[in-house]
Design a protein around this ligand. Structure first.
Ligand code: NAP
Length: 199
């Protein structure tokens, strides 16, 4: 007897994000899993197009941002989050807050990542906390404190830089897909090098 065909109902569109006091690990990521190039380079994102309304959607649902010292030192501009469309409390984790330059709206914390996320959730006042750091996201994932991972996958290969999830020797972390109603569906992507004959 033949096996019945598997019904796949994954969708490329996860639907709009909602403000519900969630902890989101939110990134634009290269096809090979990097969120930044070497030296925190972000120029690879130039020219990408995002779905309409995406910036407004996340600016409207985010209540606080939690980041790490390296990202802050590379881009020390809280007013530039979502191109300036979002204003709110920003928390930066660092082991040496004594040598940071104070910035309006930014609180530098030296504490466990779980404590930092508690502080950020209180400040977010019912909206979401965006964790804009791979290293802090990994710490929170280990503690079961990431509610959702929101990724915008860019058709670019970086090959080097800062990975979304860098955990050599670790075990696979199983996720369930929130797009569509098949939680285990793979997502199909088809692309080609831009130097190829577009035919
Ligand atoms: N693609 C995208 O959508 C996107 C969005 C946002 C950011 N990014 C990129 O993400 C990158 C962030 O880099 P990253 O994750 O390697 O660095 P990061 O998280 O920004 O910084 C790591 C540093 O944060 C501090 N830290 C982390 N956990 C801590 C804890 N529990 N307690 C105290 N301090 C703690 C430590 O700094 P110290 O020990 O030195 O204090 C650690 O070395 C940046 O390049 C940024 O541009 C990409």
């Amino acid at each position: 007897m033949e096996n019945p065909p598997t019904v796949r109902t994954a969708s490329a569109d996860p639907g709009p994000q909602t403000a519900a006091g969630k902890v989101l690990w939110h990134f634009t990521v290269s096809l090979d899993g990097f969120v930044a190039g070497p030296g925190h380079a972000m120029d690879w994102m130039t020219g990408l197009s995002f779905r309409p309304g995406l910036v407004e959607e996340y600016a409207g649902t985010t209540g606080a941002v939690l980041g790490g010292r390296d990202g802050w030192d590379a881009f020390p501009d809280a007013g530039g989050i979502y191109g300036g469309a979002w204003q709110g409390p920003v928390f930066v984790l660092t082991h040496h807050p004594e040598d940071v330059r104070p910035a309006p709206g930014v609180t530098f914390l030296n504490c466990d990542a779980a404590e930092a996320v508690r502080i950020a959730l209180t400040a977010a006042d019912g909206k979401n906390v965006e964790v804009l750091s791979p290293t802090i996201g990994r710490q929170l994932l280990e503690r079961g404190l990431i509610d959702e991972i929101d990724l915008h996958i860019a058709p670019v290969l970086l090959g080097d830089g800062i990975r979304l999830f860098d955990n050599p020797g670790g075990v696979p972390v199983r996720l369930e897909l929130l797009n569509g109603d098949d939680r285990t569906a793979t997502l199909d992507v088809r692309c080609r090098p831009v130097t190829a004959d577009a035919g």
